[in-house]
Design a protein around this ligand. Structure first.
Ligand code: GDD
Ligand code: MN
Length: 395
């Protein structure tokens, strides 16, 4: 290994320097029905991770086939410890599995890689050595820097989808993903102490994105790699996984209250469409426009509820039963309508505002109230409500 050491006066001189041995590493591998691949993967790891690098492999398995048994049998021939954590009730998909694996890891460095041999294990020592040398907390194996490629990404359709997803993600998180050319990569090394496991809410494939955004590694570097062909079998990704990815993005992006309020408002605006369509259909069917307004409003409310519940408050849905959430949300949405008229009357009568600014102000006030009310009355975790009560009652 060489590094540039500045010379006295002239050009920098190349001089061999002592490179620290890569520290111990835990390799975390998520597997879902990879029985035809895991033996080959363990073989490749054995071949390419030098014996002097202390290494352990943790498989986190959600398989319905015999993958765990195949791993245990293959592990007999490995010079390093191999663990299989089989999850009976898998949550979070691939990302949830990886977080479980990181929690079980014991080494300074954790390397995450796929179980189908698309990620070359030969790169594991280099990822860690690069991290040590650069003092980095995260080292991403990237397909998109010089020397890397996505040779194994089969088909122009998948390449286009991958490109679009990378572009969208980078534009949504310009700061957090600065210096990461391949935020979709499933191959990376991270220091164990960097991972804030308690703050993670993994959902599906993009665990690197989750870690980069929520655990905020301070220094990041990249190493190029060639995405290989799958050794056996097919990708486990589906169209459903694509939708999950969009939900994951929405959840990450709306973590900040202001961003959440903006998205809340944008979703609210889209609710006009079902509202107007229903109003049109009901009046066409001969209903008087006043009851039609009230019924049509419920269509807009239902539409908004579905989107807000699924996208915006995905991680807080579990705090209440869905029927409870629906009723509370609907009451708030209709209270908003009922409140607006007296509020406008108040602003005009008492504060002598003109009708238009009074209406605009009333719209803003009821919108903010509705947002705050939805946060507090529909989606606030019960625990934190209880916690604030006890906090108040203890002197
Ligand atoms: N435990 C567990 N649970 N493992 C899973 C699950 C799950 O629900 N779903 C998939 N896996 C495992 C697979 O068994 C495999 O070992 C690894 O995760 C990757 O799954 P693939 O289905 O092979 O993914 P891919 O090749 O389509 O996508 C890979 O490359 C993409 C870049 O193009 C992944 O690394 C993606 O994260 C990456 O974005
Ligand atoms: Mn794969």
């Amino acid at each position: 290994q060489e590094s540039i050491v500045p010379g006295g006066l002239g050009e920098p001189v190349l001089e061999p320097v002592e490179v620290p041995e890569p520290g111990a590493v835990t390799i975390v591998v998520p597997t879902f029905n990879e029985s035809a691949n895991v033996r080959q993967l363990l073989h490749q790891i054995t071949e390419s991770v030098p014996a002097r690098v202390p290494c352990e492999v943790v498989f986190v398995d959600d398989s319905t086939d015999d993958t765990p048994e195949v791993i245990r049998a293959a592990a007999q021939d490995c010079p390093f410890p191999v663990t299989v954590l089989h999850r009976e009730e898998p949550t979070g998909g691939l990302g949830g599995a990886v977080v479980e694996g990181i929690k079980a890891a014991t080494s300074d460095w954790v390397v995450v890689m796929d179980g189908d041999c698309q990620h070359p294990p030969a790169l594991v020592p280099e990822l860690i050595a690069t991290g040590e040398r650069a003092g980095a907390e995260l080292v991403v194996a990237s397909r998109y820097i010089k020397g890397g490629s996505r040779a194994g990404l089969a088909g122009s359709y998948r390449v286009a989808v991958s490109r679009g997803a990378t572009w969208l993600t980078k534009s949504l998180f310009p700061r957090r993903l600065h210096g990461i050319s391949d935020p979709m990569s499933g191959f990376f090394a991270i220091r164990r102490t960097t991972v804030t496991a308690g703050e993670l809410k993994p959902l599906g494939y993009k665990i690197l994105l989750e870690l980069a955004v929520r655990s905020r590694p301070r220094t990041v570097t990249e190493v190029p790699f060639v995405f290989q062909e799958r050794f056996a079998g097919e990708s486990k990704s589906t169209a459903r996984e694509g939708l999950r990815f969009l939900r994951h993005l929405a959840g990450l992006r709306t973590e900040a209250p202001l961003a959440r309020m903006i998205v809340f408002g944008l979703i609210g605006l889209t609710g006009f469409v079902p509202n107007l369509v229903a109003l049109w259909a009901l009046t066409e069917a001969g209903l008087h426009y006043l009851p039609a307004e009230i019924i049509a409003n419920q269509f807009g409310v239902a539409w908004n509820f579905l989107l807000i519940d699924r996208l915006l408050f995905r991680t807080r849905r579990r705090h209440r039963h869905w029927a409870d959430r629906t009723v509370r949300f609907a009451l708030l949405a209709n209270a908003d309508l009922v409140l607006r008229l007296p509020l406008i009357a108040l602003l005009v009568g008492q504060f002598h505002l003109a009708v238009l600014p009074a209406t605009a102000l009333a719209l803003v006030i009821t919108f903010v109230l509705r947002f705050v009310g939805t946060e507090a009355l529909v989606y606030l975790p019960r625990r934190s409500r209880r916690a604030s009560r006890t906090a108040r009652s203890t002197p």
